[in-house]
Design a protein around this ligand. Structure first.
Ligand code: NDP
Length: 254
């Protein structure tokens, strides 16, 4: 058995039009999966689809607003209508807003919770019947170093990313009987649109990350291709409920 072969499989990657999501989408596509790039920005999604198709993959852009239950359900319905199945769901869409806890408006708290955490729950619920029907499924939830550490400037984000790990564990327990494996990936500090502003705003962040990371560098979106293929493929059939750091050693540095 080729443990990296995803031919015939269909993957949905929320936030798959850039950053870590696109890094994962590239890995899944190269392993043979058809990939649905699910995000809001049509131009970015069209570009990502063209890139994946250029690598010989089948790819499709589906516009989704992950804070809307109807939109998450429509994403799954469109995937099934266009590609016939849904085997792999990557819950990667996310956002952040850096402030001290006392400065957040309640609406900001809710927006971050809905975008990062409630969205994953809604997409999992929407995808579940198709996975049960197929007799198998793989769900990959994107956490963060904020799933395990705290920081003064990121209270709602940290709450969502801690919640993502617990959601992963609960779904893994519930759906193991359906042969659905649910795992989380915890990225370290990765060079993407989400961290560009932080690198500008937080003095010394750029250097502190490099100094603390045993690998001695920031991560790149393509560092996520391998873990996506492993957690989406037959090599991880007995792996469920885990939260795997992909961080160049950041979380184990003493
Ligand atoms: P990006 O900003 O590049 O990616 C975020 C993605 O989410 C975009 O594709 C965006 O697409 C999509 N998205 C955001 N809000 C919504 C929404 N409401 N509906 C649909 N799609 C949405 O950042 P990253 O690649 O860095 O982030 C990806 C994930 O990785 C996030 O969950 C983030 O928390 C996590 N992460 C990132 C780290 C890092 O260092 N970069 C570290 C740890 C975790 P569009 O705008 O087109 O909708």
């Amino acid at each position: 058995m080729d443990l990296c072969d995803l031919s015939g499989k269909v993957a949905v990657v929320t936030g798959g039009n850039g950053g870590i999501g696109l890094g994962m989408a590239r890995g899944l596509a190269e392993a043979g999966a058809a990939v649905v790039v699910a995000a809001r920005n049509r131009d970015k999604s069209a570009e990502a689809v063209a890139e994946l198709e250029g690598r010989g993959a089948r790819a499709l852009a589906v516009e989704v607003e992950v804070t809307s239950e109807a939109s998450c359900r429509a994403l799954v319905q469109t995937t099934l209508a266009e590609l016939g199945r849904l085997d792999i769901l990557v819950n990667n869409a996310g956002t952040n807003l850096r402030k001290q806890p006392q400065e957040y408006a309640l609406a900001e708290w809710h927006r971050i919770l809905e975008t990062n955490l409630t969205s994953a729950f809604m997409c999992c619920q929407a995808a579940y019947p198709a996975m049960v029907k197929a007799g198998a499924g793989k769900i990959i939830n994107i956490g963060s170093m904020m799933s395990i550490f705290g920081a003064s400037f990121t209270a709602p984000y940290a709450a969502t990313k801690g919640g993502m790990v617990q959601l992963t564990r609960a779904l893994a327990c519930a759906w193991a009987k359906d042969n659905i494996q649910v795992n989380a990936v915890l990225p370290g500090w990765i060079d993407t649109a989400l961290t560009v502003q932080g690198r500008r705003d937080i003095p010394g962040l750029e250097e502190r990350v490099v100094a603390r990371t045993p690998a001695g560098r920031w991560g790149h979106p393509d560092d996520f291709a391998g873990i996506a293929v492993f957690l989406a493929g037959p090599g991880s059939d007995f792996v469920t409920g885990t939260a795997i750091p992909v961080d160049g050693g950041y979380s184990v540095q003493g």
